[in-house]
Design a binder for this molecule. Structure first.
Ligand code: COI
Length: 316
């Protein structure tokens, strides 16, 4: 099958080439899919995309007009797909249903640890030969209540890690898994009101958008730690910034950002004008932002590549 893979970084191309073994004729390009890069899909059967590619209705319509029959994403999340448009133009869609949930889980926990022990600040101080302990006081995770919203593969992997740290793990999901590790099922209100640490592990849909907003933040404990490694728009970023500024949110760890499209995964150091909301967030010392890298382990990269090629095989 002839396919074009968009938004491919060199480190990802290696895994994709390893998985493909020249089975499919794949063109790898670093640019994101969008109106300006559609020409690269000319003559292709399939298009392979990443999370921040533009897979909106107008783009899908154009792809269909060019004869593209299939779009597969190198991610679990499918919120970037306009599924209705794909159905209308008879383009089949697929994703990577699961890959190393531990990769994302470990990053979520890494954010929690780094925030708690202020590792970024203390490393910065140490590099300047400032070895004082003042203002570096953290807390024991052991004994704390961790609230997980979303109990899919990743949520469960996070639960196992926090269980191992001696935390009391509570969880909320529309479908509570039958075989969950030690997680107490609670409703959302109880989770918001009792968790010391809240971590989000659910997909972005019209229902989950802005799940974390002014109202839900007001229901949380003062000084709560909030971690988001799922999708930026699960949280209303303006409300969350207010929550941090008021001290209601004591720690904020974001691997995803509501307005990350066209920003994350790229070098924007030289931009004259930078995203003001993100600048304001990052100016807070109890906020840690990473560039959507939670998935980024060698194991996960290969699993994503293997499943992507399997998706093309299945479509063939
Ligand atoms: C997903 O799998 O949905 C992610 O967000 C990670 C992706 C960037 C590979």
């Amino acid at each position: 099958m002839r396919a074009v893979a968009y938004s491919v970084r060199s480190f990802e191309e290696i895994s994709l080439r390893n998985a493909n073994k020249d089975k499919h004729a794949i063109t790898y390009i670093p640019d994101a899919l969008g109106p300006e890069t559609l020409k690269d899909a000319e003559g292709m059967d399939a298009v392979i995309v990443f999370t921040n590619d533009d897979v909106s209705a107008p783009v899908i319509e154009k792809l269909a007009g060019m004869g593209v029959k299939y779009i597969t994403t190198r991610s679990v999340g499918t919120d970037h797909f306009d599924k209705r448009a794909a159905e209308k133009y008879q383009i089949q869609l697929s994703n990577v249903p699961a890959y190393s949930p531990q990769a994302i889980a470990e990053h979520a926990v890494a954010l929690a640890f780094a925030l708690n022990r202020q590792l970024i600040t203390s490393d910065h101080h140490s590099h300047h030969f400032d070895f004082r302990n003042d203002e570096l006081i953290g807390f024991n995770f052991s004994g704390k209540t961790v609230g997980l919203i979303g109990l899919g593969n990743t949520g469960l992997a996070v639960a196992r890690i926090f269980n191992g740290l001696g935390c009391h793990v509570i969880g909320y999901d529309l479908y509570f898994p039958e075989e969950a590790p030690a997680i107490t099922a609670v409703n959302l209100e109880t989770l918001l009101a009792t968790a010391d640490i809240i971590s989000l592990h659910l997909p972005l849909t019209q229902t989950t958008k802005y799940l974390i907003n002014q109202k839900s933040i007001s229901q949380m404990k003062k000084g709560v730690m909030l971690i988001n490694t799922s999708r930026g728009a699960l949280v209303n970023t303006v409300d969350v910034l207010e929550g941090v500024e008021s001290g209601k949110i004591g720690y904020l760890g974001l691997d995803v950002y509501e307005h990350e499209k066209g920003l994350f995964f790229e070098d924007h150091q030289q931009d004259a004008v930078k995203d003001d909301l993100l600048l304001r967030l990052m100016a807070q010392k109890n906020v840690l932002v990473t560039p959507h890298q939670a998935y980024l382990t060698r194991e996960a990269l290969q699993e994503i590549a293997d499943q992507t090629i399997k998706n093309l095989d299945s479509f063939s």
